[in-house]
Design a protein around this ligand. Structure first.
Ligand SMILES: N[C@@H](CCC(=O)N[C@@H](CS)C(=O)NCC(=O)O)C(=O)O
Length: 215
């Protein structure tokens, strides 16, 4: 049995943050499929047994379950030393970006992409426009930051990079964003992340059926 089990599914960039970390850190892990598309995370039994917050990712490690990717990445970095911020200043810098990512970068992009590509009924265009506007403004901040820094919290990859990278490797047809065209600094950083030993495409790393974008 693998040392780490990760409840996850292939469309979930939040899960990918942790799956990619586990792979790049060379840890012994295996995925446990969460059938999000058929309502698994909304099932009261799943919430009771896996995560009361109703969200993936959830790793099972050392006899406990952890939730919230930022907490999970912090725990894993502290436990293994892999991609751990090197100094107190770097730790705070990484935490700052992880919180910003959860609130505004992943927070808006994940919802926008899900509604655009996978929501069964066509989404309200006003809602999509709101999310896109909010994400574009956040994207500008990240693009400027990555023009000044090779990685999110300094010159080496840390857990903050895994957090922001969660949704960056999904194909342009899902979100309509092509990073190489829109944001060259972000694109260069994505390529630096892709070059890490252990990197894999989210659809190869995590289980579930790949779905063609609906629109
Ligand atoms: N802040 C959470 C977000 C997790 C999250 O939103 N996960 C999505 C999948 S990508 C989920 O399970 N959503 C279930 C739902 O909203 O019903 C984290 O970083 O772990």
């Amino acid at each position: 049995m693998a040392q780490y089990k990760l409840h996850c599914f292939c469309q979930s960039g939040n899960s990918f943050k942790v799956a990619l970390y586990l792979n790049c850190a060379g840890l012994d892990w295996e995925p446990v499929f969460t059938d999000f598309m058929h309502g698994a995370t909304r099932d009261p039994k799943w919430r009771e047994a896996v995560n009361a917050m109703g969200e993936a990712p959830v790793p099972e490690v050392d006899g406990k379950k952890l939730t919230q990717s930022g907490v999970i990445l912090t725990y894993l970095a502290d436990k293994t030393g892999k991609f751990k911020p090197a100094t107190e200043d770097e730790r705070l810098e990484a935490l700052r970006w992880i919180l910003f990512d959860n609130h505004k970068f992943t927070g808006t992009f994940a919802t926008y992409r899900f509604m655009k590509a996978f929501l069964p009924n066509a989404p309200d265009p006003n809602v999509l426009a709101f999310l896109k506007g909010r994400f574009d403004s956040t994207l500008g901040i990240v693009e400027r930051h990555l023009g000044r820094s090779s990685f999110v919290a300094g010159d080496k990859p840390t857990i903050a990079d895994f957090s922001l990278a969660g949704y960056m490797f999904y194909p342009p047809e899902e979100s309509g964003y092509d990073w190489a065209k829109s944001t060259p600094n972000l694109h260069a950083w994505i390529e630096r992340m892709r070059a890490l030993p252990g990197w894999k495409d989210p659809y190869d790393l995590m289980p579930g059926e790949r779905i063609k974008p609906l629109r």
